[in-house]
Design a protein around this ligand. Structure first.
Ligand SMILES: *Cc1c(COP(=O)(O)O)cnc(C)c1O
Length: 378
């Protein structure tokens, strides 16, 4: 008997579950022809806002553009310090730099991998003491599917007058204190990149806010800074709209999303059971549930991580390293870093390994992955 192929992400199995409804929605768009800001975009915005309990949702062209629009709306720019974790995807640091603001890299918690609040406070105080930059914003990243410490971030931000931006690209669908993420910060940005928990068939993203004023700015900024009509240009904006075809895909996927989140949680629990005595399994953020974008284990050192990665590859089991290099060590960002040591982010990059987790992974496949990890340790 040949064994099933284990994939890191299985969009074809997901599509098989969602047809024929998914194609029907795409054909509706092909027939009505409103490819830009068609009715599916507004329908999706309403569905996403009600899913996460946010007052306003604005569909945009990607998670990166969602971050950028949120920061443009605050007029963040030269002279502004934007605090963000060093252990995240590149886009989190890229956006402040595109706007000519200065990213200030903050270390992360060694257990949950989320931004370290004690270090954040010392970084804010360092910027104030130096007196060169104005502390303006903190981007809290909900890493790998789990929420950052939003109650802690919100009170620290209030103390220093910072704008809070939730980079929820990996964690839409996660909950904190019983609420879905989407209103933990002044603005929440998410991504519908195909590999995210709620993924489109191309690029897409969304912004959430409780503020009607911010929502109006986001709508204007995503369409070239337009005003009442398309031909009033009130501010410098961008072409940052969510595509109608992607909105149609997402409407179909959103129906299946709650059950997929339950399945991801069951897979994570099964990995825990089979691996917790052999490797460090993901620590859980308190009072939260995860969207399980990534299930990452920690090995004792770099050599063991590389050995397990090679062992999995030899057994045709996919795995990945998020992230092999913390952002302050990236060639593009190194010149913008003040040299502050970020030992946790650097250590995680050496020891972390992500195992497959997607809703179409079977229990048998999870067991095979876990078995391969254990077999690779010796
Ligand atoms: C994926 C991701 C983004 C960017 O989203 P795109 O839709 O690819 O632009 C931003 N931040 C984090 C943490 C991400 O994982």
């Amino acid at each position: 008997m040949t064994e099933s192929v284990i994939k890191f992400l299985d969009l074809s199995a997901q599509r098989a579950r969602l047809e024929p409804g998914l194609s029907a929605r795409l054909h509706t768009v092909l027939d009505h022809g409103a490819f830009v800001l068609g009715p599916e975009v507004a329908a999706l915005e309403a569905a996403l806002a009600s899913f996460c309990g946010a007052a306003h949702c604005i569909g945009v062209s990607s998670g990166t553009d969602a971050l950028q629009i949120a920061m443009m709306a605050e007029e963040i720019g030269p002279g502004d310090a934007v605090f963000l974790p060093a252990f995240t995807y590149t886009a989190t640091a890229e956006v402040p730099l595109v706007l000519r603001a200065t990213p200030i890299f903050v270390d992360v918690d060694p257990a949950t991998f989320q931004i370290d609040l004690a270090h954040l406070r010392s970084r804010i105080q360092g910027v104030l003491a130096q007196g060169r930059l104005r502390p303006r914003a903190v981007i809290g990243v909900d890493l790998f599917g789990q929420p950052a410490d939003w109650p802690g971030l919100a009170s620290l931000a209030a103390e220093y007058g910072l704008f809070t931006l939730d980079d929820c690209a990996q964690s839409f669908g996660a909950t904190l204190e019983g609420n879905r993420l989407g209103h933990a910060a002044d603005a929440t940005a998410t991504s519908f990149f195909p590999s995210k928990p709620l993924g489109a068939y191309g690029d897409g993203g969304a912004l959430f806010t409780e503020s009607a004023e911010r929502a109006a700015l986001y709508r204007s900024l995503r369409s070239h800074g337009e005003g009442e009509t398309r031909y009033d240009v009130l501010r410098t904006g961008m072409n940052g709209r969510l595509d109608t075809l992607q909105a149609a895909v997402l409407l179909a996927k959103l129906e299946a999303f709650p059950a997929e989140l339950v399945r991801r949680e069951a897979i994570a629990a099964r990995y825990d059971e089979r691996l917790a005595d052999a490797v460090t399994v993901p620590a859980r953020v308190a009072n939260a549930t995860s969207a399980w974008a990534i299930y990452a284990i920690l090995l004792p050192n770099r050599a063991m991580r590389d050995q397990v990665q090679a062992g999995l590859r030899a057994r045709d089991i996919p795995c990945a390293i998020y992230y092999p290099r913390p952002l302050h060590r990236q060639p593009a960002y190194l010149p913008h870093h003040d040299g502050t040591p970020l030992p946790v982010a650097e250590d995680l990059a050496e020891r972390i390994l992500a195992l497959p987790i997607h809703p179409d992974l079977t229990d048998d496949q999870v067991d095979r992955v876990a078995h391969a990890v254990r077999a690779s340790l010796t």
